[in-house]
Write a new protein. Structure first.
Length: 151
């Protein structure tokens, strides 16, 4: 199998990234290959705020994606927190260690960014993902709530 390299996303990766989002989302209808400029604007915004969007590259083919954003916690003396979002691995490449490599990169990146904690949320229906995150050392310590404001 081709070696996988985790790196920052490039503009020309976006069609594959959007396909990953569509393939892994519980609401794929909200994603669109017709809006690549909007996705790139989001990447630039994430980077401007000390975050990053990572892709797993297997011989020039994007097979995984995730993003990490940073914010300052008003508690813990204003320390930085890394939050991981949109972890997706292409269906035919799941259970091959790619998700683990993506999250290990996020963790290293968060340590280097002087974050005191890394966290993520996962839809309650994704029990396989929950087991995966727990194997990587994440603990279900809180119950998350979300409220949709726009479609």
């Amino acid at each position: 199998m081709t070696e996988v390299v985790v790196r920052g996303v490039r503009r020309d990766d976006l069609p594959a990234v959007v396909e990953l989002l569509i393939g892994g989302s519980l609401t794929p209808e909200v994603e669109s290959l017709d809006r690549l400029d909007d996705y790139w604007t989001a990447v630039l915004d994430v980077r401007a705020k000390d975050g990053e969007v990572f892709v797993a590259d297997a011989g020039g083919e994007v097979v995984g994606v995730c993003q990490v954003v940073v914010f300052r916690n008003i508690g813990h003396h204003g320390q930085r927190v890394a939050e991981v979002e949109n972890v997706h691995v292409r269906v035919d490449r799941r259970s091959s260690g790619i998700g683990g490599e993506l999250l290990a990169t996020c963790e290293t990146w968060a340590r280097d960014a002087n974050c005191h904690r890394i966290q993520l949320t996962s839809n309650m229906t994704r029990t396989d993902a929950h087991r995966f995150y727990e194997r990587l050392g994440f603990r279900a310590t809180h119950k998350g709530f979300k409220k949709q404001l726009r479609g």
